[in-house]
Design a protein around this ligand. Structure first.
Ligand code: SF4
Length: 291
């Protein structure tokens, strides 16, 4: 059974060929030292928040890491607000960090000879923090980059769609009782890492959030979107085994120039980069570092 995360669904929707290169062929993508450092810093923050939730010592993690101290100070000063449910719900029954869930999801597809078939997938999620209330559940996700000015793209991101979907399918909560909130612990204008004094970091104290309520309508839309995308994937995987590569995104979408596989795909303009070097991908293309 093929296991799929939100990151893989995003990649598949962006470009099936990129999904092929990254997950089926396990081709690595280049990252800059700055991107690596930001990923590791984000990973350290997730580890810190998990240790806090488990009542394990966090002082050793905070020592000698002013960036982490700044983010944690911001969290601590708003913790009551961040960790609460809404005013109608004051009964939190459980909180769990780095909480994994999985859901088996089957889709129909049709083989080349017209024979109907079924493909099974395992959809996997890991919630940074899941708050279980008596009548509602809230999924929290920590981000160590600035809150986007426009949350529209985040609403369409597969993380926002998949995380509530899996919870609704695997719990007694109705979709309307579920919400997802992203907390951003890096303010706009925060200085890039490297040699800054501690005061530079702790001056940005107010974490920002984006909240996405969930509904039965969104739930059914996500089910349809998953069925549509994963039926195509079943077909593409079948053809891939016959030697047919997965489809490339249309050039007009404009995503190839910033893709690290542009040279491999012959989508790089001759004058775009000298020396045949593959480009460095955007940070958003790189998976978060797993704890
Ligand atoms: S270069 Fe374009 S077609 Fe090739 S993997 Fe990247 S996004 Fe897809």
């Amino acid at each position: 059974m093929l296991q799929l995360s939100q990151g893989q669904l995003n990649l598949l929707e962006t470009c099936p060929r990129k999904f092929q290169h990254t997950y089926l062929e396990q081709l690595g993508i280049l990252t800059t030292p700055e991107q690596q450092e930001r990923l590791l810093a984000g990973s350290r923050f997730h580890q810190l928040m998990q240790q806090r939730e488990l009542d394990l010592p966090i002082a050793p993690l905070l020592q000698a890491d002013p960036q982490l101290q700044g983010w944690y100070t911001a969290f601590a000063q708003s913790a009551e607000r961040i960790l609460s449910l809404d005013l109608k719900e004051n009964c939190i029954t459980m909180r769990q960090s780095e909480y994994p869930l999985s859901l088996e999801f089957s889709v129909p597809w049709e083989q080349a000879n017209g024979v109907p078939a079924t493909q099974n997938y395992l959809l996997v999620v890991v919630y940074d923090l899941l708050i279980w209330g008596e009548h509602q559940a809230r999924i929290l996700d920590w981000k160590t980059y600035p809150r986007p000015q426009n949350g529209q793209w985040l609403q369409q991101d597969w993380q926002t769609r998949l995380y509530p979907f899996v919870l609704a399918e695997t719990s007694d909560y109705l979709p309307e009782q579920i919400s997802m909130t992203y907390w951003f612990f890096q303010a706009h204008g925060e200085p890039a890492q490297g040699g800054q004094a501690q005061n530079d970091w702790v001056s940005n104290l107010e974490p920002q959030s984006l909240n996405f309520p969930y509904s039965a309508t969104q739930h059914e839309q996500t089910r349809q979107d998953l069925t549509h995308l994963l039926s195509h994937l079943a077909q593409w995987l079948y053809e891939y085994q016959q030697g047919v590569p997965l489809p490339q995104v249309p050039v007009a979408k404009g995503v190839c120039q910033s893709c690290s596989f542009a040279w491999r795909c012959q989508r790089k303009e001759e004058n775009a980069s000298a020396g045949g070097q593959e480009t460095i991908p955007l940070l958003a293309e790189i998976q978060e570092v797993a704890l």
